[in-house]
Every structure is written in C-alpha cells, then in structure tokens.
Design a protein around this ligand. Structure first.
Ligand code: FE2
Length: 446
C-alpha cells in the first residue's frame, strides 16, 4: 500500500510539474501575444525620402514616358494637358499590410481628374479648408462642395500649392490593394492610377507620405513557432503520461490487492499454527519479522527477504498435528509426547511442499529445529548442511521464545538473551547469524 501511495504521490508531483509548465507556457504565450499586438498596432509611415525597404511607394508617369494624353478646352484662355500617374506600393515586410493611405502634397497649380480603384480625400485651401472624399469614377456633381469644373464628361478639381490629396485603397475583395500580401509569398505589389491636368502636363507628385499597418500572426516568427510546437508537445506528454500512470497505478493496485490476499491467507495460517498454545500468540508473526530483519542485514535482496518472511510465518504450520493438550502442557513432556511435537516439522514440510510461490518454505519448516552441532531434530543435520533459511529462523525462533513469558519460567532479560546466544553460538546456532543478530538486537527490541 505504501508503494501505491508513493506512486500516486509521484504521479501527482509529475502532473503538478506539467501543470506548472503549462501555466508557464500560457504566461509566455500571452506575453508573446502582447508583443505581436504591439507590433501590429504600431503606426508606420514612410515618405519619399525614406530609406527603408520594408514598404516602398513609387509615383511615376505610367509607362515611364511623358505621355501627353489629352488636351482640354474647358478654359478659353489656356490649354491644359493630362497625364496618367501610377503609384506602385510594394510590401517587402514579410507581413500583410492591413491598411494604408497615400498623401500627396501639391506644390503647383494643377487639377485632379481621376483616381482608381479607391477613394480620394481632397483638401482645398482657399478662404478656408474644404475637405471632401470622392470616388472620382463614380460621383454626383451636385454633391461636390469643393471648387470644380466640368469639361464635358471630365471633372476637374483645381489644386494649388499647399493643397493635398489622400488616396485610400479599395477594400473590396475584388481588389488586391488591401490587404496587401508580402512579396515573400505573393506579388506583394499594387498599382493605383491618378490622372492629373496642368498647363505643362507635368505635375510634381514626388512629395508624399504613406501611413500603414502591417500584421503578422502569433506563429509567424521563431518565438511563435516554438509555442506552436510546445503546446502540442505538452498535450502529448499529458496524454501519454496520463495513460502510463493509469496503467501503472491500475496494475500496482491489482498487485497490492493480490499481495494483501496472500498476506491475509498466510497470516491466517500463522494464527492457526499458534492458536493451540496461549503462550505462543503471534509467535510466528514475530519470528517472520525478526527473520526478515536478519536477512536484510545479511545483505539479501528483497525477493529473498520476502521468501524468508513468508517461510518463517509458516514454519510452525505443522502444529496442526499436535494436540492442544501437549502444546499447552505446563509440565515436562513424556518421550512419546516429544516425538509427537517433533513431528510438526515433518508435517509442516509436507504441507509446504505444495506451495511453489515461496522458495525453501518446506525446508524452513523441516529444519528449523536442527542444531548447528548436529544434535537437533528431525534429521540431525549440522553446520552448513542445515539450509540457511532454517538457520536464520532458528535464531529468530529462539529469540521470540526467550523474549516471552512461559508457564514454567519468566521472560529473559536482554543481557540473559545475549549471554544465551553467545553461549550457544556454534552449538545450537550458526555463529555467523548470531553475530548478525546481536549487532541488530537493539533495533529489533525497539
Ligand atoms: Fe517449531
């Protein structure tokens, strides 16, 4: 049961660590999201003089030639010429441009006639500033509040030094003006057209400012990719760890139940073995504990110690064959009674031969009354001929007997016990085991 509790504690600690890691990942990811949002919300701006290549704008005559496109007869005293200008917006940022606007500052007298595909916010300064946003391809002249001329189908909005226009791109899905993808994954470029009139036909549109925002996803950069790997990895570890813990704890729980059934069964046998003699209550259980303690201090591994424990627990199982009147007799036994008592070793071994799961259990029952000098029973083996397990149990058995009161004598004192073992080492007991036992007698008494 202790082992199961330890394993449950270990599993709880592991899952607590995993939960802490998850909290750490989430906190880190939230911090990362804040950084990305800050990056995305940053107001960015370039001018004609900007040196950055992240985003560029280039305003030039279409086709790179001065193309005198049209003459106009709107004015009786002058002839104005038109030219198509193209503004090429390029996104090299490796992110998506989510919105942008292009402001063109006017430094000479001219007329804006048309622009596509978006709308144009026009700022005219006469006696006061007049501002209007128009779709120059689709307008109602009656709604225009700005100064303007109509020359046939052509709208001419006069501009002079200090005026400016702001182009806002078309946001419809049919247009590729915005959002504008990166050159890293797409063309990353859009061209807008503007028709301007002037006396010379050449209008200087080189003074501009472009404002924009770029957007990257939470998983676009290296940090984001790390989080993208970390979260599924954590989930996988949780699933696999949980499954392993469930299997191991289930298996361990079954093992503990089986072990408890084994313990209960053997303890019951030990109780039955001791039941006929009031003065031997719990004798087998004590002998089992002492035997295992001795074995542990002799350096035996756990499975051997367990085998010695269960063998010692059952060493007197043959007592079933001895009448209660003999086992509990207060006076000296007759020779015939002694023979009956001594047979408990043989009868016990006979029973324990049927148990395969405990090695040497039958030997333990058979030889635990043998003496090291060969004067014991039932066979008279001596020295190393006596199985080690039986020599260990003999010492533990003798200690428990000396350590309890009997009908015919009092309980031995500790010094009497030590003296008894020293006097009988090499005759009744294996001296090596006596040495081990005396070295741990204080711990055993505790
Ligand atoms: Fe015995």
């Amino acid at each position: 049961m202790d082992r199961l509790v330890k394993m449950q504690g270990l599993v709880r600690r592991i899952f607590a660590i995993l939960a802490t890691i998850l909290v750490g990942i989430f906190i880190g990811f939230i911090f990362h999201m804040i950084q990305v949002n800050k990056f995305n919300n940053l107001d960015r701006e370039i001018t004609a003089d900007s040196v950055t290549m992240e985003v560029t704008a280039d305003i030039h005559p279409r086709g790179l030639i001065t193309d005198s496109w049209e003459k106009n007869d709107a004015f009786p005293d002058k002839v104005i010429n038109a030219k198509i200008y193209e503004a090429t917006i390029t996104n090299n940022s490796k992110c998506v441009m989510t919105d942008w606007s292009l402001r063109i500052n006017i430094h000479e007298d001219c007329y804006v006639n048309n622009a596509w595909n978006g709308v144009v916010e026009i700022h005219q300064f006469t006696d006061k500033e007049r501002v209007q946003t128009l779709d120059l391809r689709n307008y109602n002249a009656e709604d225009i509040i700005l100064d303007y001329y109509l020359a046939g189908q052509d709208l001419l909005i006069p501009l002079k030094n200090g005026d400016y226009i702001v182009y806002y791109p078309d946001t419809s899905s049919s247009s590729s003006e915005v959002p504008l993808k990166s050159t890293a994954e797409y063309s990353g470029q859009t061209n807008i057209g503007i028709i301007m009139y002037s006396l010379s036909g050449n209008v200087d549109l080189s003074d501009f400012t472009m404002q924009y925002h770029i957007h990257k996803s939470y998983f676009a950069d290296l940090t984001g990719k790390i989080y993208l790997v970390l979260l599924p990895t954590w989930l996988l570890i949780m699933l696999v760890g949980g499954l392993i813990a469930w299997i191991i704890l289930g298996f361990e729980g079954q093992l503990i139940v089986q072990r408890q059934m084994l313990d209960d069964t053997f303890n019951l046998c030990a109780v039955v073995a001791d039941a006929k003699d009031y003065y031997h209550r719990e004798h087998s259980k004590n002998v089992a504990k002492y035997s295992r303690f001795i074995a542990e201090h002799m350096g035996m591994d756990k499975s051997d110690c367990d085998a010695i424990y269960y063998s010692a627990l059952l060493h007197n199982i043959g007592n079933y064959s001895v009448p209660e009147s003999i086992l509990g007799k207060a006076t000296q036994l007759t020779d015939e009674e002694k023979k009956i008592v001594r047979m408990h070793t043989v009868k016990g071994a006979y029973l324990l031969e049927t148990i395969n799961s405990i090695p040497h259990a039958a030997e333990a029952a058979m030889f635990h009354h043998e003496r090291y000098d060969g004067t014991g029973y039932p066979v008279g083996k001596k020295g190393d001929e006596i199985p080690l397990i039986a020599r260990i149990i003999a010492v533990a058995d003798a200690y428990d007997n000396m350590n309890r009161e009997k009908l015919y004598r009092k309980k031995f004192t500790k010094s009497e016990i030590i003296e008894e073992f020293k006097n009988n080492a090499g005759t009744q007991f294996d001296p090596m085991i006596v040495d081990v036992f005396l070295s741990i007698i204080n711990e055993i008494e505790e």
